[in-house]
Design a protein around this ligand. Sequence first.
Ligand SMILES: *Cc1c(COP(=O)(O)O)cnc(C)c1O
Length: 395
Amino acid sequence: MPVPLLDVNAQNSPLESELQAAFTQVLKHGRFIMGPEMETFEKEIAAMTGAKHALAVSSGTDALLLALMALDIKPGDEVLCPAFTFFATAGAVSRLGAVPVFTDICPVCFNLDVNDAKAKITPKTKAIIPVHLFGQCADMDPILALAKEHNLRVIEDAAQSIGSQYKGRQSGTMGDFGTYSFFPSKNLGGFGDGGMLVTNDDGLAEFARVLRNHGAKPKYYHQYVGGNFRMDTLQCALLSVKVKRYAQYTSERQRNATHYTAELLKLPGVVQADPAHCKCTATQDAWLAANNAKIVLPVSYAHNDHIWNQFTLRVIGEGKRDSLLAHLQAHKIGCEVYYPVTLDQQQCFADLPATSRAGCEISHRLAGEVLSIPIYGELTEAQRLEVVAAIASWL
Ligand SMILES: *Cc1c(COP(=O)(O)O)cnc(C)c1O
């Protein structure tokens, strides 16, 4: 039985009549730009995350760009962000003429290494973008402390982690801004592009709101150069149908992660990452060797509520990841490498100063080891066991 990496229809088809009704409502009133459903959806996201202000925007990428614009990030400014993330995190920085300075990551949680970030701060550093990768929050307490000490703005790239928590606090609500994405493969997946910018700061919210609509205030009077960063009324109406079910979607993903972990740990050569090895590769390598580890399962830190946007294995040993990838593909098990090339090694950043691309060794290593397997909520137990069996037959 083939198992796809993601099956959006499995989640959306049961909602067809409600989605049709939402569409009909928008069709009838015809307010396609910034219509009433946009405000409703913004309020729903604010209520769900506890953010004071939520602004619906055209995508997770534009949410990042808008946040950086509202924080007045300018050409020549430096912005710290992890080397191991989706491109948009650094792309938004670069589009404003600012310089992304890449930090290495923790090999346990895949998130930004705050000690490395600290070492890369210069007088030009203006902001830091922790990414809550794969659905788990970065270690925000030390990140926020570092930002405070050096007067840095904090934008949380929470595209993959809406609803996840760090020590009881919602991802996206701990920094100056948080950004979410409703790209169909994200945990709150839409029907096209969409995103949300959240903040607890009244002034920043107001400025971002003006910039979202060409910097016009009032209409046709432009004190600032903004852009068109609006989210369609229709997209908001459709996503309101799904937001009500979000807690259920999350618990399904968490159930899948728990099941995979229990089943995969029965196999020889499979271990689960140990939070004690956070940022400590020397110890970790000795431990991997002592345990004869071939595959390392991801782990949720005890202080985090992980929402499992991805379930990402580390496959240890030269060429082993590509071997498992080919094996799973041959067994028609969907899988994907997030991400095969770190950002410091992207061609478009080749002429950045060498200092902004230095010291990302763990990121480079993980780019050769990671493999994400199906984790979407609607997976059946039989499908999960099929994935486990395919991995077992490779080991
Ligand atoms: C998906 C994603 C984005 C961009 O979101 P879009 O809505 O696709 O523009 C940004 N950062 C991360 C980490 C992402 O995973």
